[in-house]
Design a protein around this ligand. Structure first.
Ligand code: TMP
Length: 206
């Protein structure tokens, strides 16, 4: 049986995660590797309900602590229901965002405290950590331009604006300094160039 591999993708809104995840799943299909693709918040019936509460623009009164705990609640569910069983069954699990998002968005940008978030992340995951995390790093200006190009309406988090996104980016770079499993990938290049780095790092693990 293959060993499981848990891969997460992180970055500010508009950093190009979806494109890279599509390239990675295409590569795994070619190699015939079994994988599970999930996203956070969401990925389970309960988690998708929590996601709609978190991203609903009408919920502008949500307190930062309520926001933090809802992200962690969705995470506890997906780890127990989907991620841990799949990794234990030898699958590659790809998660579009995981707990470094909480470190950057709630811990740093919302200023709820890095150590508080690290402790809650540990409770929500019962200690399950990604094997590799790709942080797609891009300037806030470039990421905003990409989001504009997509023409989608902003959700509650995206409505927090560019200054907030700048804090999130700094939060991510702080996480990368702290946690060796995070690989910072320069996302200001073509999708193919970016994917070459990701593919090389994944191949090293096989
Ligand atoms: P998505 O648009 O990439 O699916 O992510 C939803 C939004 O939620 C995005 O703006 C990032 C934010 N988020 C947090 O603030 N904290 C978290 O822990 C997670 C997983 C996402």
């Amino acid at each position: 049986m293959d060993n499981g591999l848990f891969i997460t993708f992180e970055g500010i809104d508009g950093c190009g995660k979806s494109t890279q995840i599509k390239l990675l799943t295409g590569y795994l299909d070619e190699k015939g590797r079994d994988y599970l693709l999930v996203r956070e918040p969401g990925g389970t019936v309960i988690g998708e309900k929590i996601r709609s509460i978190l991203l609903d623009k009408e919920n502008y009164e949500m307190s930062p602590a309520a926001e933090l705990l809802l992200f962690e609640a969705a995470r506890a569910q997906i780890v127990e229901e989907k991620i841990r069983p799949a990794v234990e069954a030898g699958k590659v699990v790809i998660c579009d965002r995981f707990y470094d998002s909480t470190f950057a968005y709630q811990g740093v940008a919302r200023d709820l405290g890095e150590d508080v978030v690290i402790s809650l992340n540990d409770i929500a995951t019962s200690g399950l950590a990604p094997d590799i995390t790709f942080l797609l790093d891009l300037s806030v200006k470039d990421a905003f331009a990409r989001r504009q190009g997509r023409g989608e309406a902003d959700d509650r988090m995206e409505l927090l604006g560019l200054e907030f996104q700048e804090k999130v980016r700094n939060g991510y770079l702080k996480a990368a300094d702290k946690f060796g499993r995070i690989k910072v990938v320069d996302a200001c290049r073509t999708p193919e160039e970016i994917f070459a780095d990701i593919k090389a790092a994944v191949e090293e693990r096989f």
